[in-house]
Design a protein around this ligand. Structure first.
Ligand SMILES: [Cu+2]
Length: 442
């Protein structure tokens, strides 16, 4: 006989099971959607104790850059950043005296694991004061690195100590927060990558790249970035390199790939377009994007002062361009002041002018491509507006442009060279027979 008590107990048990099931489902969903999202936000800025130093299962790759080394002292990961002037090459032919960290522009990537206790010493070898702000990182207010507001600035010759426990994982950045306009324009920035302590299946990738986007104004023939520039940026970079100085992102066919973009450009946002693939934006510096909000994209807008992580499976072999889609951002040292020559017919002008200016040639009437192909001589310490030698022709791109190289077989992680397209899969000159066959009259 079923008593009222049994019924009540049964209901309670059922309710308990239902609650438990719901809780488990919620936890699973949070794990799946957030890869620790809940923990990042409720686990506490001031909360849990530090954990032993963690090791990333797949370390981040910074193309053209390096990861900042550390040592472990009493369970704390100890890093040392040295702010200093650096002679930096943006691409072969263009060098400038910049400001960076540890002999590099930008600074090395700081990599850690959620729960790591870190201590970062910052030595100032510049002639100006500086600070370092850890953009997007939860930390005690006094570690936030805002000169004058949360600390006094680090004077030349001084070494400051920053210390915190990473309470979150994700892609963040560091940069000077003293005289930002000058110091960031000179190059003082770097990426921070924090891996989850217990990576979910969703998080795991085979290649994990980090790319900082930035922009510079370097007057042709000079060798110092101009921090006063407000709109006329002429060197657009990925990890402080302008194409053809950018290193390719090399992947094996079928690998799962993450690319973490950061943007600390002075004045511009960058829509980064990847050829050959659709990807999903899985995280920002504000946290993980829930699965329900991840939509397929071919271009990701990376606003200045933000990071965006994209993921895709590299299932199509080839040399796939990846670049900012703002056309002036894939040019080098643009001369915005030159007149518009499109459609100009010089006639006898060239011959007449050559009597006064030997070698004179009117250029630009068909655009900029010709100039790239001709390899025109350029002033000292400058790079052509666009152009690099490609396997077939001149690549009429510069600036914020690189190549994702996906290969069936890789030998090491070096540049595998140009992709050999299978016969019959490349655009080529149409034959007369083909034109006739298809009724195309030209
Ligand atoms: Cu851009």
């Amino acid at each position: 006989m079923t008593t009222r008590r049994d019924l009540l107990l049964g209901t309670a048990t059922l309710a308990g099971v239902a609650a438990l099931t719901q809780k488990t489902a919620q936890a699973a969903q949070a794990e799946r959607q957030g890869r620790g999202w809940e923990r990042s936000y409720s686990g506490g800025r001031a909360g849990a104790a530090s954990e032993p130093p963690g090791t990333p299962s797949v370390p981040v790759i910074t193309p053209n850059g390096v990861t900042l080394p550390h040592r472990v002292v009493d369970g704390v990961k100890v890093f040392h950043l040295v702010a200093e002037e650096v002679e930096h090459e943006f691409a072969p032919g263009l060098r400038a005296s910049c400001w960076g960290y540890n002999g590099r522009v930008h600074g090395p990537t700081l990599e850690a694991v959620e729960g790591d206790r870190v201590r970062v010493y910052v030595t100032n070898r510049l002639t100006a004061p500086t600070t370092v702000h850890w953009h997007g990182v939860f930390l005690p207010n006094g570690m936030d690195g805002v000169g004058g507001l949360t600390q006094r600035s680090i004077r030349p010759g001084e070494t400051f100590k920053y210390e915190w426990t990473f309470r979150q994982h994700g892609t963040f950045m560091y940069h000077s927060h003293h005289d930002e306009m000058t110091q960031m324009a000179m190059g003082m920035m770097g990426m921070i990558v924090v891996h989850p302590r217990q990576p979910s299946a969703d998080y795991r990738v085979d290649r994990d790249f980090a790319i900082m986007l930035s922009e510079w104004s370097i007057e042709v023939g000079t060798s110092r970035p101009d921090p006063n520039a407000m709109s006329d940026f002429n060197v657009l970079t990925m990890n402080a390199k302008a194409f053809p100085g950018t290193a390719p992102l090399v992947c094996q066919l079928g690998e799962r790939v993450r690319i973490r973009f950061g943007n600390l450009s002075a004045m511009d946002h960058h829509p980064i377009h990847l050829h050959g693939y659709h990807f999903k934006v899985v995280a920002t510096d504000g946290g993980v994007v829930p699965l329900s909000a991840q939509r397929p994209e071919t271009t990701v807008l990376v606003p200045t002062g933000a990071t965006r992580d994209i993921e895709f499976v590299a299932d199509a072999p080839g040399d796939w361009a990846m670049h900012c889609h703002m056309t002036h951002h894939v040019m080098n040292q643009m001369g915005h002041g030159i007149p518009n020559m499109i459609g100009v017919k010089p006639g006898k002008l060239d011959g007449r002018l050559r009597t006064q200016l030997p070698g004179y040639m009117t250029m630009g009437q068909d655009g900029m491509g010709d100039m790239a192909e001709m390899g025109m001589p350029v002033p000292k310490n400058s790079i052509p507006m666009l152009g690099a030698k490609g396997p077939y022709d001149t690549i009429t791109m510069g600036g914020m442009f690189t190549i994702v190289k996906v290969r069936e077989k890789l030998q090491g992680d070096g540049d595998p060279g140009p992709y050999q397209q299978p016969a019959g899969t490349r655009a080529d000159l149409a034959s007369a027979a083909e034109l006739t066959r298809d009724g195309i009259h030209v």
